[in-house]
Design a binder for this molecule. Structure first.
Ligand code: ADP
Length: 529
């Protein structure tokens, strides 16, 4: 972690320094007031006033205990667990101290100043030690399972200890000398000890390497606690303005600690929020870059395919001229070779056209010329074109009996292309002797379902989604058995989508596959990209 200078630290944390100075001046002013208007408050008013202040202190202590425990639960900072533990002990002790005050109804045993002072100084010791431990262990991360038990048990423990103290007060050293009406030496000594511990904690904050605004508030709280403890050492009467000031300072110090804890918890929320916002911005930027790269790729593909098509068409045309023997007779071998060139050229042209179609769809440039199509007529046209290839491979192609009434609303060429792609795949992935069946089913509400069923190699369930994405093949390795570019189904899906229909597959490995696409029977809104 980066080392931060004290000055830098004081200047960070939300303009902390001016706030700290203002608060400090305010507290000095209170000290001045307590001295300037020094008075011993009436015994009938002070216990009520004291109880009210103590009530606020206890409430803040309970809130601090709960809040720091929640903070620990999510961040696992030992500091927060120690603070929670400290305030779980401090809250009952503080309350017991308030109930033991002179003028209050007896609390377990009869109330005395000594009893209230003893509970008071123990509270102070717990608070000072707890704060020092929390400050020293700083950001140490400790994961404790069932951590809620720690504050809960310490709360119960403190109640037991309070009972033991008030019932065995006689064995403890006196904190208040009723005869002289002043604090005893042990009480003053413990008072200074508390101040010393708190001073160490405060110095620790200022010198340690990590410090955030919440730590500065903790430091501020420690300064006020020290001021409060000085007031408690120097008061002349337990009912005077200095004693009152000590309590007021204590309220402020608890409030500052509470603020430090809240800042810590909220800081975590803000930080998470900021990180999320930053990541969101980065994602949006990356997304923009990806979209741009995708657009450039489509543009490049479209241009390249176009450039490839022109010379390829010339190769095919001249091969056909040679094959027609317009330029002279050919021997059988020459005819064979030219036939191969022509077939391969046409295959290549088919693939290039596929790429071109796909990039056109991606660029949103595909226009559908829709009309009412007779489904059986369409199947007849496509199957008659492709049937020779099925015969050649020894695969039976079955098409349904003509039924004039089945019609769809679609683009003749594009719909034919969807069916051709599915039949070509069925042919490719079915072994000789197999069977391919075209089926038609009319659904009154949605449209017409056209299916191509084969008895081929089948597709595993995990691959059934991805094969509709561009360039995805079940076997994408270079050593694969079946040739192809992985765009046939992607193209079919895009074209079906453009028609406002949908396409899907059901398949079982080594048994066969059925590809089904739906085309609407009526005009639907064309889907843009
Ligand atoms: P290509 O056939 O050029 O590889 P397609 O997009 O047409 O590309 O098909 C993608 C993949 O889906 C194929 O590589 C194949 O793995 C699988 N596939 C498509 N049709 C079938 C089918 N009828 N039987 C088994 N697998 C198929």
């Amino acid at each position: 972690m980066r080392t931060i200078s004290i000055k830098e630290r004081l200047l960070t944390g939300g303009r902390f320094l001016p706030k700290a100075v203002a608060w400090f001046l305010f507290f000095i002013f209170l000290v001045f007031l307590a001295g300037r208007y020094y008075t011993v408050i009436g015994q009938e008013i002070y216990p009520v006033l004291h109880m009210l202040i103590e009530f606020v202190i206890v409430a803040v202590a309970i809130c601090a205990a709960l809040m720091s425990w929640y903070d620990y639960k999510y961040k696992h900072e030992l500091k927060m667990l120690l603070l929670s533990l400290t305030f779980c002990l401090v809250a009952p002790f503080e309350f017991a101290h308030a109930l033991s005050y002179m003028g209050m109804p007896d609390f377990i045993t009869s109330n005395t100043v000594d009893k209230a002072s003893t509970l008071f100084i123990i509270t102070k010791l717990i608070l000072a030690v707890g704060l020092l431990a929390a400050v020293v262990y700083g950001e140490k991360i400790v994961v404790i399972r069932r951590s809620a038990l720690i504050p809960a048990l310490s709360f119960l423990l403190s109640i037991g200890v309070i009972y033991l103290i008030v019932t065995n007060l006689a064995v403890l050293p006196d904190m208040y000398d009723a005869a002289s009406g002043s604090q005893t030496i042990p009480k003053v000594f413990l008072g200074y000890l508390v101040i010393a511990i708190e001073a160490i904690a405060m110095l620790w904050i200022l010198t340690k390497k990590w410090a955030q605004s919440q730590d500065l508030y903790l430091g501020m709280a420690l300064i006020i606690i020290i001021m409060s403890d000085l007031a408690f050492i120097y008061y002349l009467s337990p009912y005077d303005t200095y004693n009152l000031l000590g309590h007021i300072f204590q309220v402020f110090s608890f409030a500052f600690i509470f603020k430090a804890i809240i800042d810590d918890a909220l800081g975590m929320l803000y930080e998470t929020n900021r990180t999320l916002a930053r990541q969101w911005e980065m994602l949006a930027e990356k997304n923009q870059q990806l979209l741009e790269a995708d657009r450039l790729k489509d543009e490049f593909l479209a241009n390249t395919n176009h450039e490839l098509r022109t010379p390829l068409s010339a190769i095919i045309a001249f091969t056909e001229i040679l094959l027609d023997e317009c330029t002279g007779t050919l021997n059988e071998m020459q005819k064979d070779y030219l036939g191969e060139i022509s077939d391969s050229g046409k295959e290549l042209l088919g693939r290039i056209n596929g790429f071109l179609d796909l990039s056109k769809i991606a660029a949103g440039k595909t226009v559908l010329y829709k009309e009412v199509l007779n489904v059986y007529e369409l199947i007849g046209e496509v199957s008659s074109r492709i049937r020779p290839l099925f015969n050649q491979k020894g695969i039976t192609l079955e098409i349904p009996r003509a039924d004039i009434s089945v019609k769809v609303w679609g683009d003749r060429d594009k719909t034919g292309q969807i069916l051709t792609n599915l039949l070509s795949n069925a042919l490719k992935f079915t072994a000789p002797g197999g069977q391919v069946t075209v089926g038609v089913e009319q659904d009154d509400s949605a449209g017409v379902y056209i299916s191509v069923t084969d008895t081929g190699i089948g597709i595993e369930a995990v691959d059934q989604e991805k094969i509709f994405q561009s360039f995805q093949q079940v076997d994408g390795t270079t050593s694969r058995k079946y040739s192809g570019t992985g765009i046939g189904l992607a193209l079919a899906k895009e074209l079906v989508d453009l028609h406002g229909g949908h396409i899907g597959v059901s398949s079982e490995i080594n048994k066969g596959s059925t590809f089904t696409f739906m085309l609407p029977t009526e005009e639907t809104e064309e889907k843009g990209r």
